[in-house]
Design a protein around this ligand. Structure first.
Ligand code: XIL
Length: 365
């Protein structure tokens, strides 16, 4: 893959990967820093990131206490075409590597409207749910019942732009069971993996913009219904794909976190990264990285004031591998993760480290 390019970049920078990227025993890993307040720090990983021979295994090992497969546990990754037998080999490799290195695993995601098996986008009846979706949840959650400590059971259930009075996304899952699909997915997951902590995961819940306020409203209503119905849900995962073009108001985010706490739920930052390239202007690379770090820092500071926050996961460690880079021509050199293209730590890593070190709250574990 890009191993050669990366090695070259690192060498050009005078910092060969082995020494620049978390090889030094002197550096305290973010996982260790987070653990001081009862929290975890982790990253999304691919199978190659965590394979024994992978060029970056020392970085993912050194920095993280938690790993999350970014792709390989999704339904469409396990079952490319509806009706096929799931192929668990990639997931099993990640699970084995995590066990060997004492990492905890978050599972992502049992139900998501994207990356479905081909053909699943047409499912629309309760019988389809019973035939295809319920067995999928039961099989995956059950297979990894001892390996996964937290599951994103449902990903991205809220979508006010779909114009439903309940502000929920009109996905195939919604077509099959209506709004009850969420509760049903959590019940199935709890049955199959009784000791896992079960999360609803979603994005765009942090900024002051009206469209995000509507999403917060939709999310609070859904969570309130689930909690009142005694559905086995433990937490809200906030993806935190942040964006320097949007307006952050600390009071609004703090109020939202308080409302989640009042429901008795745990919080987690599950997919942190920062979009900064489209409005980078003529800033230097160093300025851009500082700006991304400041953006993450604002959100982290408020979130870490909440004892309900269980941990922070970034969506990858290095910009070189970031999914954001593929999100448009203006994203090709985006700087939004704790390591740069040459696998050197960025100011965003410092932001994470300093926030973990200075938090005054503790997550009860
Ligand atoms: C992304 C992965 O990073 C990509 O590798 C994949 O092709 C598409 O999905 N929100 C989510 C994640 O919940 O699952 C997405 O991950 C990023 C947005």
């Amino acid at each position: 893959m890009s191993f050669n390019r990366r090695s070259l970049l690192a060498a050009c920078a005078g910092l060969p990967f082995a020494t620049s990227a978390f090889a030094s025993a002197r550096q305290v890993g973010l996982g260790e820093l987070a653990a001081r307040s009862g929290r975890y720090f982790g990253s999304a990983v691919t199978r190659d990131d965590v394979s024994d021979a992978g060029p970056h295994i020392r970085l993912f090992d050194g920095e993280c206490s938690v790993w999350v497969p970014s792709w390989q546990m999704k339904w469409g990754a396990l079952v490319p075409t509806l009706g096929e037998t799931p192929d668990y080999r990639n997931c099993d490799t990640i699970v084995a590597s995590a066990a060997k290195r004492d990492k905890r695993l978050r599972g992502h995601a049992l139900i998501w409207h994207e990356h479905l098996p081909a053909g699943a986008e047409r499912l629309s009846t309760a019988a389809d749910w019973r035939r295809f979706v319920a067995p999928h949840i039961t099989a995956v959650a059950g297979r990894y019942r001892d390996a996964i400590f937290e599951w994103d059971v449902v990903n991205e259930a809220i979508e006010p732009y779909d114009d439903g009075a309940d502000l929920m996304r009109r996905s195939p899952f919604y077509a099959m069971l209506g709004p009850d699909y969420v509760a049903e997915a959590f019940r199935l997951a709890a049955e199959a993996a009784p000791s896992a902590r079960l999360y609803l995961n979603d994005d765009h819940l942090y900024y002051a913009e009206d469209w995000q306020e509507r999403r917060r409203t939709g999310m609070l209503r859904l969570l309130d219904r689930l909690v009142k119905a005694k559905v086995p849900i433990h937490g809200l995962g906030m993806q935190c794909h942040l964006d320097t073009r949007l307006r952050f108001d600390e009071r609004i985010f703090r109020r939202f976190l308080g409302q989640i706490e009042d429901l008795g739920l745990t919080l987690s930052i599950t997919e942190l990264d920062v979009t900064e390239a489209p409005n980078a202007g003529d800033r230097s690379m160093a300025q851009r990285r500082l700006r991304a770090a400041a953006e993450a820092g604002k959100v982290l500071s408020v979130a870490l004031d909440s004892p309900a926050l269980a941990g922070v996961v970034t969506w990858g460690l290095s910009d070189d591998d970031s999914w954001l880079r593929n999100r448009g021509a203006d994203m090709a050199d985006n700087q939004g993760l704790p390591y740069d293209d040459a696998y050197r730590p960025t100011p965003l890593r410092d932001a994470l480290a300093s926030r973990f070190a200075s938090t005054r709250t503790r997550h009860p574990t």
